[in-house]
Design a protein around this ligand. Structure first.
Ligand SMILES: [Ca+2]
Length: 348
């Protein structure tokens, strides 16, 4: 081996090693990622699979960005890419609870993965129905499972409807969805909630600890061309991630200069809650409004005036306190998170 070649090889090895991110020590957190993959879902899944703080117990697939069938194929290809066939990948709902599915190939490419083709899946789908698998795993690991829904809430709602006894047994639900300052589908609604508002209403009101990683904090985690240059492409996962991220930056970043890392941020919060600041709020999901169906309506003061009828008018007699049901993310250490993402994917 000549000196130049050895130097280049050594340099490549060092480059491919990635940098480390230090997250809280302890037992890996058991998570179920409920996903509609989806370009940013793919990045979220690869982040989860490459993070030692997380023990991914299952991927459950929900229709949203793509159809249920396309999403299942994508999820299987992703676990195949990561050589993680031991993780169950289960199909679930085929459509939202009460409305027609709205798919988003417009934003995610015809195949949902930024038109980047992966090899055929070598992993096979689990035969269990996704909501049943969620129920089974929650009972198998009481108080240990964190649910990570990063698509519409349909599968999670079906699990709660079928077996409400899982609610007190779930450690936490970290939702990518909603917003407290306007939507992306339209003026008011964020896409995951808009795609199944009734399901979201069930999940938000179930009574479990729920953290909302909304559109408005995700919008601050912009993956830019500068970040793309940092992502070292020396393995199949990082090569795929770089291609998908380039698609996202080019399409999603036309106005902002970068791709918002919505779903990966929810995984990031599961890895290290200190990446975000949360505020407890009462959040209701609008299921009827003329312009606001699918909006997450947050009461920042957890209070509502009590109006009492006196003759022909109502009179405010008191202010009643509302019990908050959601920890709403209101701030994010965006660059810290983006560097964690890059370090986890680099060289993989
Ligand atoms: Ca998603």
């Amino acid at each position: 081996m000549n000196t130049l070649f050895r130097t280049v090889l050594l340099g490549a090895l060092m480059l491919c090693g990635g940098t480390s991110y230090s997250a809280p020590a302890g037992e890996p957190r058991k998570v179920i990622v409920d996903t509609d993959p989806g370009a940013d879902d793919a990045m979220a899944i690869l982040l989860a699979l490459n993070s030692p703080e997380l023990d991914v117990k299952a991927l459950t697939v929900v229709p949203g960005n793509v159809t249920a069938a396309q999403g299942l194929q994508n999820a299987l290809k992703l676990v195949s890419l990561a050589n993680r066939c031991e993780i169950p990948v289960a199909a679930g709902a085929q459509h939202p609870l009460f409305q027609k599915l709205i798919t988003a190939e417009y934003w995610h490419g015809a195949n949902g993965l930024g038109n980047i083709e992966l090899p055929s899946a070598k992993c096979h789908a689990d035969s269990r129905f996704a909501p049943d698998l969620i129920i089974e795993l929650v009972h198998m690991y009481p108080h240990e499972i964190t649910l990570l829904p990063v698509g519409p809430e349909t599968n999670i709602a079906l699990a709660v409807l079928k077996d409400p006894s899982i609610v007190p047994l779930v450690k936490e639900v970290i939702v990518m969805g909603g917003s407290i300052s306007g939507g992306n589908v339209n003026a008011s609604a964020e896409a995951n909630i808009y795609n199944d508002p009734e399901a979201a209403e069930i999940v938000f009101n179930a009574g479990w600890p729920l953290t909302m990683v909304g559109l408005d904090v995700g919008d601050r985690t912009l993956f830019t061309k500068r970040h793309l240059a940092q992502l070292q492409s020396c393995g199949p996962q990082s090569d795929f991630a770089a291609s998908v991220l380039k698609f996202m930056v080019d399409l999603w970043g036309q106005e902002t200069g970068g791709a918002a890392m919505y779903d990966p941020l929810a995984v990031g919060v599961a890895i290290d809650a200190a990446l975000v600041t949360t505020q407890k709020m009462r959040v209701d999901v609008e299921t009827r409004g003329e312009f606001t169906r699918g909006e997450t309506v947050a009461n920042r003061h957890n209070a509502v005036e009590r109006d009492v009828l006196h003759g022909d008018r109502f009179v405010i007699e008191a202010v009643d306190t509302l019990q908050p049901n959601v920890r709403v993310c209101v701030a994010v250490h965006a660059e810290t998170f983006l560097q964690m993402f890059i370090s986890r994917l680099s060289g993989k």
